[in-house]
Design a protein around this ligand. Structure first.
Ligand code: CDT
Length: 325
C-alpha cells in the first residue's frame, strides 16, 4: 500500500503545490527598560520586520505589551503615570513608522500593547494587521492574572487586575493570510477554554504574545518548570484543536525581573517546529502549512462527530471547583 493510502490526509503532489503556506516570524524581544522611548522600541521592532522580510516571511508576531516595559510589576496610584504606558491611538505618532515599514515590506503583524480608549477604558490588547496595513482584528485580554492591591510580601507585583479592564471582545477569529486566525495574550495560553473557543470557530492559527516572569511569588515551586509549562500548554492547545500556535515572549532580565523566553512555532501535531534559543531580540521562523490542520480537525478532533457538549455544561455554569461534601 502506498504511503498516500496509509495516510489519506496527505495531499497529492499537485494539490500540495497549492498548499496554504504562511511563513511566520516569532519575533521575540529582550527586555525593555522603563525609560526606553516608544521610538527606540519601534526601531527594534522594525529591525525584526526587515530580518523577517529577508527570510521571506508573511506575518511577524510580536509579544504582549511590546511597546513598553511590563509595567504591572509596579504599584502605581498616579493615573498620569499609569496612562503613560498606554496608547491612545494605534497607530499613533510613535508607532506609525512600524505600520509604514510593515506595509512597505508587505508584512502582516500581530502586536500587543496597552490600549486607552477615548471612553477611558484600559485594555491589554493585541491587533492583527494585514500586509496592506489594514486592521484585520483586535482582541482584548480575557484572563487577567495577578492581583489588584499592593502586596508587600512580593519583591515585584503583578497588577494586571488593577490596571486593565475586563475584555469586551472575548475570543474571536478572522480570515486572513489564506486561513482562519485567532489571537490570545499571555495568561490566556494556560487555559484550555481559550483554544477551544477559537477551535470551535475553525481557528487554524492562534497568535499569542507573553511576558512571563520566571518567578511567580505565590508559587516559587513552579520556577524551575516555567519553560516547561509554557511549552506544555501551547503544545496541548495546538494538538487538541488541530491548529498552529505561535507563542512569542518578551524575555530576559527586565528591570531586575527575569522573564522566560521559549518563543516557538507549534504545528497542529503539537510538535514545536521552530524556537528561539536565548532571551534577547531573536526570531524563530517557520513555513506553516495551514492545510496541515485538516488531518487533526477531520479525525481525532473532528468536533462535529466526537464532542459531547451535553456533558460539558459545568464548564460554563461553574467558575470555581466545588468538590463533593
Ligand atoms: N502577562 C501574563 O499574563 N503573565 C502571566 C504571569 C502569571 S503569574 C501572576 C502568565 O501567565 O504568564
Amino acid at each position: 500500500m502506498s504511503a498516500a493510502r496509509h495516510r489519506p490526509w496527505r495531499q497529492p503532489a499537485e494539490e500540495h503545490a497549492m498548499a496554504r503556506l504562511v511563513t511566520i516570524a516569532a519575533a521575540q524581544l529582550g527586555p525593555i527598560a522603563r525609560n526606553d522611548s516608544r521610538s527606540h522600541v519601534v526601531e527594534r521592532l522594525i529591525a525584526h520586520l526587515r530580518e523577517a522580510r529577508r527570510m521571506g516571511c508573511d506575518l511577524v508576531v510580536f509579544p504582549e505589551l511590546a511597546l513598553t516595559t511590563f509595567f504591572p510589576r509596579w504599584y502605581m496610584t498616579n493615573q498620569i503615570e499609569i496612562d503613560s504606558f498606554f496608547e491612545r491611538s494605534m497607530p499613533g505618532p510613535e508607532t506609525q513608522p512600524l505600520f509604514n515599514e510593515a506595509k512597505r515590506l508587505s508584512l502582516g503583524f500581530y502586536i500587543g500593547y496597552a490600549e486607552l480608549t477615548p471612553e477611558g477604558q484600559h485594555f491589554n490588547t493585541s491587533i492583527l494587521v494585514g500586509k496592506d496595513g489594514q486592521l484585520i482584528g483586535k482582541y482584548r485580554k480575557v484572563h487577567l492574572p495577578g492581583h489588584r492591591e499592593h502586596d508587600p510580601a512580593r519583591r515585584f507585583q503583578h497588577l494586571e487586575k488593577r490596571y486593565f479592564d475586563l475584555s469586551d471582545t472575548g475570543f474571536k477569529v478572522w480570515r486572513g493570510f489564506g486561513g482562519v486566525l485567532g489571537m490570545a495574550i499571555c495568561n490566556d495560553r494556560r487555559w484550555p477554554e481559550t483554544y477551544r473557543v477559537m477551535g470551535l470557530q475553525g481557528a487554524e492559527m492562534i497568535l499569542l504574545g507573553y511576558n512571563t516572569p520566571v518567578h511567580n511569588p505565590p508559587a516559587p515551586d513552579h520556577d524551575d518548570l516555567s519553560l516547561f509549562h509554557n511549552q506544555l500548554v501551547m503544545q496541548a492547545g495546538a494538538y487538541q484543536n488541530g491548529c498552529w500556535v505561535i507563542g512569542v515572549a518578551k524575555a530576559g532580565n527586565e528591570e531586575g525581573v527575569p522573564m522566560i523566553g521559549g518563543s516557538q512555532i507549534i504545528a497542529p501535531s503539537g510538535v514545536t517546529v521552530a524556537a528561539t534559543r536565548g532571551d534577547g531580540d531573536e526570531m524563530a521562523v517557520a513555513c506553516c502549512d495551514l492545510d496541515a490542520c485538516a488531518s487533526y480537525k477531520s479525525t481525532t478532533f473532528n468536533f462535529a462527530v466526537h464532542r459531547m457538549p451535553q456533558h460539558y455544561g459545568l464548564i460554563v455554569e461553574r467558575k470555581g471547583a466545588e468538590p463533593p461534601p
